[in-house]
Design a binder for this molecule. Sequence first.
Ligand code: ADP
Length: 448
Amino acid sequence: MFKKVLIANRGEIALRVHRACKEMGISTVAIHSTADSNAMHVRMADESVCIGPPPAAQSYLSVPNIIAACEITGAEAIHPGYGFLSENANFVQIVQDHGIAFIGPTAEHIRLMGDKITAKDTMRKLGVPCVPGSDGAVPTLDEARKVAAEIGYPVIVKATAGGGGRGMKLARTEADIEAAFQTARAEAKAAFGNDEVYLEKYLDAPRHIEIQVFGDGRGKAVHLGERDCSLQRRHQKVLEEAPSPVIDAKTRARIGEICADAVARIDYAGAGTIEFLYEKGEFYFIEMNTRLQVEHPVTEAIYDVDLVQEQIRVAAGLPMSFTQRDLVPSGHAIECRINAESLPDFRPSPGRINTYYAPGGLGVRMDSAIYGGYAIPPYYDSLIGKLIVHARNRELALARLRRALSELVVDGVATTTPLFHALLDEPDIQAGRYDIHWLEGFLAREES
Ligand code: ADP
């Protein structure tokens, strides 16, 4: 097992990884920008290295500085968390070329799934059901017109290199295709430096259901059921739950086995998430994330596993600590993403937190790196905490969530907490009756 791991991230996820390491007797190295000198992930780590100025491009994304931090401290492995360099195949290659272990899949697997067209093609060949669409990239507007007519409107134009909901445009009818095609390309070019796009049939009212998979890199893999992440704003997840209110045990086993089998056949190593849209009983693959997800704690809660420790084990060459038979879900878990943003427009609200009180009690987990007196820097993502509750069933989990939310105090900055209070009052949420558009509709009603 590794003796020292460098955590190439910040905020709650850096702390999450630190905690996993400490329980395994591994010492930790934090990296930070000058804006994060007083951050909790730096305070908690055994050692820390300042790797640059506030802009992420010069610090958390600076590969030479991160490698240097490893060499200075003698860290044997890097955990990337999510975001930043977690899905950067070139980074993984450089890490390995320096004799450092990367806690995650191989560079080849990241590359394979990072290109959405190749990912879809690979998955289709592995027997995973996909959204109907263009076979590969659509290089010209004429071609887009042709393909759209074939698959039938509405269609969605998506960036091959896409992520974070960017570079995605809907064309309801033929009249929209030109604008959708050009804007998606321009957005993709600006965000990813790659303007390649493809077309997919636009599903009208699907749910976003994703399957957690885990592989040992040597042909064995398991699934840990699904997460329902349908509550989204601008294609970004806001609240996640597991299990999904609409997936039964039989369906879970069927799609879970398809996914586990697919990743086993490519010798996938570590944690991965296969994302689907789910409509009228059918699953449609949209993408695979080759990393830990923000919402992984809901899976940890119902399966009683530590996914980060499992990632570390597999990266160190050990076998997985569970088999499919060991993985039996229990109860219901819900996660709320608490952002430092002011409602109703979700404007980022960085600044100093005067008082922070974290909810607690049975079945409550608060993953956060904030503290009273902490100043949230304006340079990074606005996620400041994740509140996760677990209870015997969904109804009890909702009651526990309401109770836990009412205990949470983040004083000094605006947060998205009021949104979750409001959601809990909605009959549709209580009944688990929502699709990927529900939240946008709700927010529009609230504003008017
Ligand atoms: P990203 O990598 O940017 O997150 P995804 O492909 O995972 O992009 O899609 C993000 C979200 O966009 C989905 O959860 C869903 O809400 C919406 N979406 C993507 N593809 C489709 C589609 N074919 N039809 C309808 N909605 C879609």
